[in-house]
Design a protein around this ligand. Structure first.
Ligand SMILES: [Zn+2]
Length: 353
C-alpha cells in the first residue's frame, strides 16, 4: 500500500480547509486515505466520518479526532467592499491584525484577503485592543456590488491560512495542528491495525469528528450512534513552554511526549484510565506528561457522557500556538504520541473485560 508518510499526511490535512461545520475538504482527504484499512465508512448527518474495523469481539473501542479548526465567518459587507466577520471557535481578538485569510464562497470558490489595520504612523497614542467585530477584511473590492459579483457573501467561512513548513529538522509549523495532528494519529492507527502491527480483539470505530471547536457537537452525536464500551480522544493540545508563561501556567511542554488528560473543563478522567495510559507510555518506552488540569477540553468530554456513560481517555500531541495561524510541533512528540496510542489500543480491552 502506497500511503504517504505521516509528515506528508499532516501537511495535506493541516493545509486543508475546515472551519467548524465546513470540514468537507478534510473529510474527503481522510476518507481516501483510510479506505484501504477499514471494513466500512459512512458519514452521518452532522458530517462525522465514521469508519469501522471489525474485531473478534462485539465490544467497541471508539477512537476520535476532530477534523474542524477554528475559523471566521463573514457577517456583513459594507458599501466600500470591506468584510466584517465573526469568530468560529475560541480566538484571542488581538491575534487577527494584519493576517492573511482564505475564504470560500457559497459555490466553493476560494478567495483571499488581508485583515486590515492602520499603520503606526496614524495610530500613535491610540493602542487600545480591537474586538473581533471591529476588524475588517480587505479583499481588494471597490464596493459591495463588486464583492457580490465575485460570489462573496454573508455566511462565507474562512481561516487564517499559512502553509505547512519544516522550519528545522523535525520541527513543523502549520495552521491546524489542533486537531489535524490527532487525525494523523488516528489514520496511522488504522493503518497499523490493517497491517497487523497493532492488534486488538475489539471492534474499532474511528470517528473523524466535526464541530469540536464550537462545543464538541460532532463527537456527541457520533458517540450516541457508535455506543462504545471504551473510547480515546486524540488531540493536539496547548504546549505553553515559551517566554512569558510562568511554570505554574505551562499546560504542557514540547519535547516531553504525549500529554495525558486527568481533568479539563469538560471532564474528570477516571484514575484507572489515566494510570493505564501512563503505564502504556512506559511499556512503549516513550516519555509522557500529565496535562495541567482544569484547562481546555476535548471530545472526551462529550463521549464520556454519552448514553449510560463511557470509559474515556485523552492523548494529545503538544503543539504551541494553537488557535492561531501557525502552530508548532516537534515530530518526536508526534512519534511518541503514536507509540502511546498503539500501545493503548493493544491493551485497552483489558479495561473492559
Ligand atoms: Zn482540538
Amino acid at each position: 500500500m502506497n500511503l504517504p508518510s505521516n509528515v506528508e499526511i499532516l501537511r495535506l490535512l493541516s493545509d486543508a480547509f475546515g472551519p467548524s461545520g465546513h470540514e468537507d475538504d478534510v473529510r474527503e482527504h481522510v476518507s481516501q486515505l483510510i479506505e484501504p484499512f477499514v471494513d466500512d465508512i459512512r458519514t452521518d448527518a452532522l458530517g462525522n466520518l465514521i469508519a469501522t474495523r471489525k474485531g473478534t469481539s462485539d465490544k467497541v473501542l471508539m477512537l476520535d479526532a476532530h477534523t474542524d479548526e477554528v475559523g471566521i465567518i463573514v457577517r456583513y459587507i459594507d458599501d466600500k467592499g470591506f468584510l466584517r466577520f465573526a469568530k468560529i471557535g475560541g480566538w484571542d481578538d488581538r491575534l487577527f491584525a494584519g493576517h492573511r485569510v482564505t475564504l470560500r464562497t457559497a459555490k466553493g470558490k476560494f478567495y483571499y484577503g488581508v485583515i486590515g489595520m492602520p499603520p503606526p504612523h496614524i495610530t500613535e497614542g491610540d493602542k487600545k485592543a480591537i474586538a473581533a467585530e471591529d476588524y475588517f477584511i480587505d479583499i481588494g473590492a471597490k464596493s459591495r456590488r463588486e464583492a457580490e459579483r465575485r460570489g462573496v457573501g454573508v455566511g462565507d467561512v474562512g481561516t487564517l491560512a499559512y502553509p505547512f513548513s519544516e522550519i528545522a529538522k523535525g520541527v513543523y509549523i502549520g495552521k491546524a495542528f489542533d486537531d489535524r495532528a490527532g487525525c494523523v494519529l488516528l489514520i496511522a492507527t488504522l493503518a497499523a491495525l490493517a497491517s497487523g502491527k497493532v492488534r486488538t480483539p475489539l471492534t474499532v470505530k474511528a470517528n473523524f469528528a466535526t464541530s469540536e471547536e464550537v462545543g464538541l457537537r460532532g463527537a456527541r452525536v457520533a458517540a450516541f450512534g457508535i455506543a462504545p464500551d471504551v473510547a480515546l480522544a486524540l488531540e493536539g493540545t496547548i504546549g505553553a513552554d515559551f517566554p512569558g508563561i510562568a511554570p505554574e501556567k505551562c499546560i504542557c511542554s514540547l519535547g516531553a511526549g504525549p500529554a495525558i488528560s486527568v481533568m479539563d473543563r469538560t471532564m474528570v478522567f477516571p484514575r484507572r484510565m489515566t494510570d493505564f495510559l501512563v503505564a502504556c507510555a512506559k511499556a512503549a518506552k516513550v516519555p509522557c506528561q500529565i496535562k495541567m488540569p482544569a484547562i481546555g477540553g476535548t471530545d472526551a468530554g462529550a463521549i464520556h457522557q454519552s448514553r449510560a456513560g463511557v470509559l474515556t481517555g485523552a492523548i494529545a500531541v503538544p503543539c504551541r500556538y494553537i488557535h492561531g495561524p501557525n502552530s508548532l510541533l516537534l515530530w518526536k512528540d508526534f512519534e511518541s504520541s503514536l507509540a502511546l496510542t498503539f500501545q493503548a489500543v493493544r491493551r485497552i480491552h483489558t479495561l473492559i473485560e
